[in-house]
Design a protein. Structure first.
Lengths: 131, 131
DNA sequence: GTGTATTTGTTCGTATGTATT
DNA sequence: TAATACATACGAACAAATACA
């Protein structure tokens, strides 16, 4: 699993880790059923504390991306297993985030068409297979 | 200026305030040159501490949305006055945020077309005049 | 089977920074 | 400025599980 974190970023480490794992799932680098590394091994690889990895796993579990099987470890969840309420909450959260970004873009003087084009361009990048 | 904040949200108050002021600028409720309320009056209106409002204003100043004129108060900046480097940094930040959202959407099993449609729908809402 | 060593996630405590009053 | 509450990140120790001679 390809993960790199920036110690001197303002974004919390566990959220960086969360985003990277979600990206790995999105791009097919991690598939449903795959086992995630143990918190200790991943923490060691990244040079961070095991609690930070554990917290990232916990939020991914809360969001339905992974399932924890006790000491057996964490596994990538099947998208069809994402709870209904969970999925809706996630979509609502994403909608709000996109709308906030669009408002920022407009406040900067950008046009609606430019924003949509920009979003489409980033979607293209997000939906590439590998890099 | 129409601003409402949610005391029991997990999002920090000063960031909520920042988003709402950006939204007001985006929707034309606040225009370049307009004076923002004093930190004291706005804090009083919202029932929060003046330091919290002051922090929101400071962030908006750092991002180029408003200019502070000492004791005269805070004023909405002209978009054309946004520094070049500042504007580019903002766009880069927004691109990264949109790409991260697209990756989340993909990890949930959503298609690229659906994501773009969703982004366009939120852009429509962000570019409405008033509500 | 038994005993030991290793690996695992969890619990508790601590230090530091941030948000808010 | 000072005080508070909370969030973030780390370290040490624990108990269940696994591996293996």
């Amino acid at each position: 699993m390809l993960v790199r974190i920036d110690q001197k970023s303002n974004e919390p480490l566990y959220l960086q880790l969360r985003s990277q794992i979600i990206a790995s799932i999105a791009q097919g680098d991690l598939e449903p059923g795959d086992a995630l590394p143990s918190v200790r091994s991943l923490a060691s690889d990244l040079g961070i504390n095991l609690h930070t990895v554990n917290k990232a796993y916990a939020v991914l579990r809360d969001e339905g991306y992974v399932v924890m099987r006790g000491r057996s470890g964490a596994y990538v969840a099947d998208p069809s297993d994402h709870g209904e309420a969970q999925a809706e909450a996630g979509l609502a959260r994403m909608d709000a985030a996109i709308r906030a970004l669009a408002l920022e873009f407009r406040a900067h003087g950008g046009s609606k068409e430019d924003f949509i084009a920009r979003a489409a361009a980033q979607a293209d990048r997000a939906y590439e297979e590998e890099r």
